[in-house]
Write a protein that binds this ligand. Structure first.
Ligand code: GLU
Length: 525
């Protein structure tokens, strides 16, 4: 195909963008970039009853955060605009008229109550009513009513809809790039509403007219649209646009972690993970749904995780930059079956991408938490640390981040993981006291203080004097003494290599903490 690839992401602004929708946008983006094509953002807001204020802005912000960029769209314009369907309203009627004129569509006047009655009548017989080639003659429409009557109703302004007229008993084949040929018989298909007398098209008409007039070459969208695809194929045929009909690729569903059923907002609430890219405050209920961004996920991690939910590279590689995804993505490697969402994997990806941040970037994420805890960070502080005034240099914060980031999955864990670099413990873990702080520990801690005060404050020198000469040399229990020291400095028995920690917080602060622990814990056990 020499034609330029043009794809679109076409969400309806009915609420926050579901993570499955984000994946659809991502796959479109990867495909467009790989083929040197154009990526378009079109807002499908023909169903005004489902319009939610703020949803369009949310979609734009979310995709921007993830690095999914557009070449044309509602927010940036372009040569095929406008890109919001409500702004294109005036152009759809002529297409509905064309279908009516060519016998591909008809007017239907059935009132909602009449349709309801019909449905109930069928239900009573344990059947489902469908407005189709078998039933339409029994309904109130331009196929069943005399021409003059139709004319009269239209002229008197009676509300109507325009329905597509499926030919009877026709096998309609959709060529899907993921599923191959999918064939459905028209007898099973509903004569869908295309246009309403208020001048608004429905999704089906607007979608086809817009894809055609925006020269879309590939429609990559969720599997939930596969049942509509035969109607779409028929619309291209009815308009005489079959030659330039886009190629279809229907993406597998994102499934619940257990694997049965589509991933929903409720699964997120139940299992404690976000199903939306950004926090969303529902304008009506005020309810807050949490987003990946606010939970501390890196955009690269979300992109990487979503790319692999439904697509596989055919290799063992798991970590992909956007550039690598663009290079390696292929529609052939998208699976037909649904992809199970995996919360632990999402966290794993985030952990990996947290490690790729520089110490300076990690420090930037840490600063607000430090501030919240009353810690002052000075860009060019003379001292690395001034524990008396809770003031630290920027370099010190970066150093701590470099040392500790491998223990972190989310930035929100930074304070909890690193707090003892910035303030002395105020409590000591009782279980650790019981296990480690054995008889004679104040004496051993006194020796630690003496060593720190006498030997050069260097890693090797302290190691020799404390671990080799004092602990090993006197046949003491290494775990007990060193863990007691850790308890004194950290408050718990966690943290990095003990002497590295001592070197980082410095001699005075270590001594102060050890003295305080001896005073507070005393000679127990
Ligand atoms: N407006 C539809 C949606 O919200 C778009 C479906 C399509 O891509 O054709 O998902």
């Amino acid at each position: 195909m020499d034609q330029q690839v043009r794809v679109r992401f076409a969400p309806s602004p009915t609420g926050p963008l579901h993570i499955g929708g984000v994946r659809t946008a991502l796959y479109n983006y990867l495909f467009a970039r790989q083929n040197g094509g154009a990526m378009i953002l079109r807002i499908e807001d023909t169903d005004q009853t489902r319009f939610v204020p703020g949803a369009e802005q949310y979609i734009i912000e979310a995709l921007d955060w993830l690095g999914i960029k557009f070449d044309e769209g509602v927010h940036i314009g372009g040569p095929y605009g406008p890109y919001r369907q409500s702004d294109r309203k005036a152009m759809y009627k002529q297409y509905a008229d064309q279908l009516l004129r060519d016998g591909w569509a008809y007017y239907a006047f059935d009132r909602p109550e009449a349709l309801d009655d019909k449905r109930k009548e069928y239900e009573a017989q344990k059947k489902t009513f469908q407005y189709d080639c078998n039933t339409r003659e029994t309904m109130e429409n331009s196929l069943s009513l005399p021409a003059e009557e139709v004319q009269r109703r239209l002229e008197s302004g009676e509300p109507y809809v325009v329905r597509f007229k499926f030919p009877a008993d026709l096998d309609i084949t959709v060529h899907d790039l993921i599923r191959g040929e999918v064939t459905m018989n028209s007898n099973l298909l509903d004569d869908k509403v295309l246009f309403k007398s208020d001048g608004m098209p429905t999704y089906h008409l607007a979608n086809i007219v817009d894809d055609h007039s925006m020269l879309i070459t590939h429609v990559i969208r969720g599997e939930e649209w596969l049942p509509s695809a035969p109607l779409h194929v028929m619309l291209y045929r009815a308009f005489g646009w079959e030659e330039t009909m886009p190629r279809f690729a229907h993406l597998p569903l994102l499934l619940k972690p257990e694997g049965n059923g589509k991933l929903s907002k409720r699964d997120g609430d139940r299992l404690g993970f976000p199903v939306f890219p950004l926090d969303w405050h529902d304008p009506k209920s005020g309810e807050l749904s949490s987003g990946y961004r606010e939970r501390g996920y890196r955009p690269e991690a979300v992109v990487n995780m979503l790319a692999l939910l439904g697509w596989n590279p055919g290799t063992e590689q798991e970590l992909f930059t956007m550039e690598e995804l663009i290079a390696q993505f292929s529609i052939e490697h998208i699976s037909k079956s649904g992809a199970k969402f995996n919360v632990e994997k999402a966290k794993w990806f985030n952990h990996e991408y947290m490690q790729q941040l520089s110490d300076a970037e990690t420090a930037d994420l840490f600063l607000p938490q430090l501030k919240e805890h009353g810690i002052t960070v000075e860009e060019n502080a003379a001292e690395e640390h001034d524990y008396q005034h809770s003031t630290f240099s920027r370099q010190f914060v970066e150093k701590v981040c470099g040392m500790m980031k491998e223990r972190i999955t989310f930035p929100s864990e930074l304070w909890e993981t690193c707090c003892y670099f910035f303030e002395a413990p105020t409590e000591y873990d009782p279980a650790a006291i019981k296990k480690r702080w054995k008889e004679g520990m104040p004496t051993h801690m006194g020796k630690v203080i003496e060593i720190l005060n006498t030997v050069p404050f260097e890693y090797e020198a302290i190691h020799k004097a404390l671990l080799d000469d004092y602990i090993v040399g006197n046949g003491l229990n290494m775990g007990q003494v060193m863990n007691s020291l850790r308890l004194a400095v950290v408050g718990k028995t966690v943290g990095p290599d003990m002497l590295t920690l001592v070197m980082t917080i410095g001699k005075e602060e270590t001594i102060r903490r050890v003295q305080r622990a001896v005073e507070k814990i005393g000679d127990v056990n």
